[in-house]
Ligand binder design. Structure first.
Ligand code: G3P
Ligand code: CA
Length: 341
């Protein structure tokens, strides 16, 4: 990573932080993030190794040493922020008390937290295509979906004063009936962050830029991370057409440039699918003052190539391999913080 860019990135990230230590810093136990250093992020806690988005995966990541825990959020019928990639119970993960995997997704907005806690998410459905993708994941039967507050407790118990959380609002504008609306979703998350004194340890990310606009207005101290997917059926930004995901900030109004659209939206970080970036787009983002954190990179050769290309961080299902690759590149490594789930 070129020293000048690392310095500029560090200054940029520093500029995101409050000028003086916020009153809640003591309570959350944070000192400072390793500002300006390369960001090693454990995707869903490192789902290739432990059941995704669980206290087990987050404890595993903290114990090996990461800069950031990446996770996804939903909100239950009784208003509790829970950690899950899907907007409801996932049939490939959730087993009912009778031991059987559920036949179809059940949205969290139809379930109370007590009901969510009845399901076991400690093992991917054996024989499924999803299980075939992660053959090394250690099954831990009995694992429950955690609340975000429980993840905060785990981080406190780990004693890691540097690790941050990159927390994603899972809302799909094309399926508004499956989750809270952006206003109520953001309100639930910000309320929890303030109650738990964790606002200074998170970045909020989303493919749904409407939620990021709300965060910027209501909690400008929290960095917003603009997720982009530019190809395939899951794409949320287009260079030549409008999208329901982008809150009106369209690349076509900014010379076809995705980072320019994010800059216009007031975003602090660009987080693209790693297959969508090249040295030119990364350089353009840096010229705009946007750090680039790519997802989801699991092969060491891709990690090495992207580090050489100048990305500021990588989100990976294999934080162990990412640590090894970062070490090979001479990048500083976050300290392990051993903790039990
Ligand atoms: O943080 C980026 C990445 O998590 C986005 O993809 O689908 O795993 O949430 P997804
Ligand atoms: Ca995510």
């Amino acid at each position: 990573m070129p020293a000048l860019r690392a310095l500029l990135t560090g200054l940029f990230l520093l500029s995101l932080m409050p000028a003086s230590r916020p009153a809640n810093s003591e309570a959350s136990g944070v000192s400072s993030h390793r500002l300006g250093s390369f960001d090693i992020e454990a995707h869903r806690g490192g789902r290739a190794l432990r059941p995704e988005n669980t206290l087990q995966s987050f404890a595993n990541a903290l114990s090996m040493g990461v800069d950031t825990l990446e996770l996804d959020m939903g909100v239950t019928r009784d208003g509790v922020v829970v950690v899950s990639h899907e907007r409801g119970l996932n049939p490939d993960l959730a087993r009912a008390p009778d031991g059987k995997y559920i036949p179809a997704e059940i949205p969290f907005i139809k379930l109370t937290l007590a009901q969510v806690k009845q399901y076991d998410v400690g093992q991917i459905r054996p024989g499924s295509a999803y299980a075939a993708r992660f053959p090394e994941q250690v099954a831990i039967p009995g694992t429950r979906i955690p609340t975000l507050a429980e993840v905060f407790d785990l981080v406190r118990r780990s004693g890691d004063r540097h690790v941050r959380l990159n927390i994603e609002t899972k809302i799909d504008p094309t399926h508004p009936e499956e989750s809270l609306d952006p206003q109520h979703f953001v309100a639930a998350v910000l309320d929890l962050l303030r109650r738990e004194h964790f606002s200074d340890r998170v970045m909020i990310q989303s493919f749904d830029w409407r939620t990021l606009q709300l965060v910027q207005k209501q909690a400008p101290e929290i960095p917003t991370v603009y997720l982009t997917e530019q190809s395939g059926s899951d794409s949320n930004v287009h260079t030549d057409a409008a999208s329901v995901w982008t809150a009106g900030f369209e690349p076509r109004d900014h010379g076809g440039s995705v980072p320019r659209a994010i800059k216009a939206a007031g975003g602090k970080i660009w987080s693209p699918d790693y297959a969508d970036v090249d040295a030119r787009s990364i350089a353009e983002a840096h010229q705009l003052g946007l750090p680039v954190i790519v997802w989801t990179v699991n092969q060491p050769e891709d990690m090495a190539r992207l580090i050489d290309m100048g990305v500021d961080g990588i989100i990976s299902d294999r934080p162990d391999l990412l640590r090894a690759e970062a070490a090979r590149k001479g990048l500083p490594l976050p300290r392990p913080a051993p903790v039990s789930p």
